[in-house]
Structure formats: structure tokens, C-alpha cells
Design a protein. Structure first.
Length: 267
């Protein structure tokens, strides 16, 4: 394979980490690699599905959608173990419901009739898990006063600070990255509830990649923490290491999505 292409459909604040991982893969495999970030994430995902991009870090929900639609073209590579104590050494993440620190909201129930934003409808952490949470608590329709689609977790945070919305659910890894880059946010935000844990977004590979190379890519991920260079890249991403993942690990995503889909869509 002349060039191994890598993409991410994580929040843009993970792009620098993904570019470093892409370069690391190239050095490990002694192959040219390129991180594809110059096109919208929707086009990156389309090109992965078509086999034009070979490796991707994707949200848990798109992974199960791909695997359930046509498992022949997608293969799990690895799942990150985040470093924070809250993750408990498991391949999980959370959705943190945040409001402004100066808002009157203290509990999720306080958000009834409030203005809410989700990032986009294929996001588990920003869309599906909130709808699952509402359905699991018997809230079938009309809990929020207004619902807006922001386009990204980072946009949702900005809208919150601009007082365009009252609250939103943010992928915990995205929020931690934002707080590390902008420490003043800690004084501006209040976390009122945490939803999850959920199986963490995995790294996947297209099966058009030859089997021997797929095995090599998997080894690169699973052994990354064993080299000084790999550990430093992972440390910058707040990742302890990458571990094997199986399709069964993502059964909770399927269960939550099924219950969430009993609610009317947010459009």
C-alpha cells in the first residue's frame, strides 16, 4: 500500500493528537502515512466507508451503525484507556451535562423548559445518550423548551458561554481537553450531572487494507505505550494506553440507541 490514510471524526481538539499518532504509525510500520483533516468530517467518513481512507477514530455510535449495516468492511483496532481516575482503567467515557457557573440550574430536572444544544445526531455523547437518559426516566417528549443543533461539542460550549443556550452534554474527553487548553473555563462552567459510562470511541480499519498490514497496525496501537515516543504522544492525549476491543464491548451503545430511538427525533 503506497500511502496509509488516517482520519478522525472526533472533536477538532483531537486533531493534533491524531496527526501525531498518524506519524507514529508511519515510523512503526515504515510506511508513508497521512492524516486527512483538510475536508469536512462528513466527507472523511464517507471516504473511509468507500475504502479511500484506511484508518479512523470514530464515535461509538457510527461504529455500531457501520458494523450492523455491513460488518464485512470494518474491523476494530483498539480502544483508548483514558488516564483520569474517573475512568477506572476501563475503555469508557462519559457525557458531562454542563451549564454556566452563574446559572440557576443545579440538577437535570432544573433544565425542564431550558434551551439545550446537541452537537449532531450521529453523536452518542452529545445526542443519543441524552435521549436515552430522558426515555429511561419516562420523559417521552417536550422536556426542553428549545433544542438546537450546534455542529460540534466545541460550538456547544461556545454557545453556552454566549448565553445562546442554557445547557449541553459534552464528551468528557473533549471537555477535559478544552479545560486543559483554557483553564479559565473551570470557573465559567458547572457540571450538574454525568451520564454514562459508555464504551469509548474506537479506532477502526477498513478491511480493504491487506490482513498482514491490518495486524501490523493493530500491533502498533497495542504496543504504543511500550515506547518512550509512543507514551509521550499518549500522555499528551490523556491516554494511558490502547487495548484490544471487540464488537461485544459496544452492545451498551446499541441498547441505549434503541431506547433513544423511541423518542421523536430532534430536528
Amino acid at each position: 500500500m503506497p500511502l496509509l490514510k488516517v482520519m478522525s471524526i472526533q472533536a477538532p481538539n483531537a486533531d493534533a493528537l491524531c496527526a501525531e499518532i498518524t506519524a507514529y504509525l508511519g515510523e512503526y510500520l515504515r510506511l508513508p502515512t497521512r492524516f486527512v483533516d483538510e475536508i469536512p468530517w462528513q466527507e472523511r467518513e464517507r471516504r473511509f466507508d468507500a475504502g479511500e481512507i484506511h484508518i479512523g477514530w470514530v464515535c461509538s455510535l457510527p461504529y455500531v451503525q457501520k458494523a450492523d449495516c455491513d460488518p464485512s468492511f470494518v474491523e476494530l483496532l483498539a480502544a483508548p484507556l483514558m488516564s483520569g481516575a474517573r475512568y477506572g482503567g476501563r475503555a469508557v467515557y462519559f457525557s458531562d451535562v454542563v451549564t454556566r457557573a452563574d446559572s440557576p440550574f443545579r440538577t437535570f430536572e432544573d433544565l425542564r423548559t431550558a434551551a439545550w444544544a446537541f452537537n449532531e445526531p450521529n453523536s452518542h455523547s452529545g445526542y443519543t445518550i441524552t435521549r436515552y437518559f430522558l426515555a429511561a426516566h419516562g420523559e417521552r417528549n417536550g422536556f426542553f423548551g428549545k433544542i438546537l443543533e450546534s455542529g460540534s461539542h466545541q460550538n456547544s460550549l461556545q454557545w453556552l458561554l454566549e448565553k445562546r443556550i442554557d445547557a449541553t452534554a459534552i464528551d468528557s474527553t473533549v471537555l477535559e481537553t478544552e479545560l486543559a487548553a483554557h483553564p479559565q473555563l473551570a470557573r465559567q462552567l458547572r457540571r450538574i450531572v454525568t451520564m454514562g459510562p459508555s464504551p469509548i470511541p474506537p479506532w477502526i480499519i477498513h478491511t480493504s487494507v491487506p490482513p498482514e498490514l491490518r495486524r501490523g497496525v493493530r500491533r502498533a496501537f497495542l504496543e504504543m505505550h511500550q515506547s518512550a515516543a509512543g507514551r509521550e504522544i499518549l500522555r499528551r492525549g490523556n491516554i494511558r494506553r490502547l487495548i484490544r476491543a471487540s464488537d461485544a464491548d459496544y452492545a451498551p451503545i446499541r441498547m441505549m440507541a434503541a431506547l433513544a430511538d423511541t423518542l421523536p427525533p430532534w430536528r
